[in-house]
Design a protein around this ligand. Structure first.
Ligand SMILES: Nc1ncnc2c1ncn2[C@@H]1O[C@H](COP(=O)(O)OP(=O)(O)O)[C@@H](O)[C@H]1O
Ligand SMILES: CC(C)(COP(=O)(O)O)[C@@H](O)C(=O)NCCC(=O)O
Ligand SMILES: [K+]
Length: 243
């Protein structure tokens, strides 16, 4: 079995894969990885992959160093099953590449837009020949709520849950709709623009912040919360002979 460790800016995700199937996925602290020993003790783990977009704390490094199996640390030199056209592969976030690898595994002969709504929202494009062209980075949902509060004198920190109106009628509803509608229009704007250029485009939506939007675009979206984990699992298997 494969252990997949995806350390993001907000949470760490730990997953156990049997073949291509995620048997168990747990969310963990990205600074302590305190649930790692437990998940490892419950499965016959053979090898592991670790991908991080943050500098790891001493505690996290100590947990990972105790893993009793060979570990592939994903970096810019790791061979990948897609071609990477990003001009600075050494600065590319591993979660972005992993999401692309996960989507390409499911539809290798299709043009795909991958949208990952986590701490940041990332947009990636991989073509029907398996070439990753790059993509864009914008602020995630919590970052938008927090930025409006932090960089103003009068705006409160508004919670995601609460009254939702098309147009706000007080500060709370104005901020909530502003953030949520802003994300929805941003996402649907990307989809429409990319569909225009690539009519056969498929769209994958992943990341911790899943949200619904009720446009007719919904029908072409594959929601897959575990896309990054699946991509990392594929990268681990792809490098089987190297670890
Ligand atoms: N079980 C969960 N544990 C932690 N965060 C969750 C959970 N379910 C949804 N979330 C949401 O997921 C967001 C983090 O998304 P994620 O894709 O894990 O981010 P990142 O990869 O940047 O760390 C959080 O802001 C939170 O709103
Ligand atoms: C863009 C990101 C912050 C997204 O991270 P996440 O929201 O998944 O925590 C991460 O992929 C990253 O640090 N990237 C480095 C810059 C780049 O990809 O070019
Ligand atoms: K992201």
């Amino acid at each position: 079995m494969n252990l997949v460790v995806d350390i993001g800016n907000t949470t760490a995700k730990l997953a156990l894969f049997d073949g291509t199937l995620p048997l168990e996925v747990v969310y963990d602290s990205n600074s302590t990885l305190e649930r790692l020993p437990d998940i490892c003790s419950r499965y016959a783990v053979e090898k592991a992959i670790v991908a991080s977009v943050i500098d790891l704390s001493e505690r996290a490094l100590a947990q990972l160093s105790k893993l009793p199996v060979p570990v592939l640390w994903l970096n810019e030199k790791t061979p990948l099953p897609v071609e990477n056209l990003y001009e600075t592969p050494e600065t590319l976030g591993y979660d972005r590449m992993a999401a692309v690898v996960g989507a390409n595994e499911q539809f290798p002969d299709r043009d795909i837009l991958v949208i990952d709504a986590g701490t940041c929202i990332t947009y990636e494009f991989v073509d029907a020949s398996g070439r990753y062209h790059g993509g864009n980075i914008s602020p995630g949902m919590q970052m938008r709520f927090r930025a409006l509060h932090q960089f103003t004198g009068r705006l409160p920190l508004v919670l995601r849950e609460g009254r939702e109106l098309p147009m706000g009628r007080d500060t709370d509803t104005a901020i909530r709709a502003g953030v949520l509608k802003g994300m929805e229009y941003e996402i649907s704007g990307y989809i429409v623009a990319m569909k225009h250029k690539y009519p056969e485009l498929l769209v994958f939506l992943t990341g911790g912040d899943d949200f619904s939007f009720d446009t007719n675009l919904k029908s072409i979206i594959f929601a897959d919360r575990f896309l990054v984990l699946k991509g990392l699992n594929r990268i681990l298997n792809y490098n089987n002979d190297k670890i």
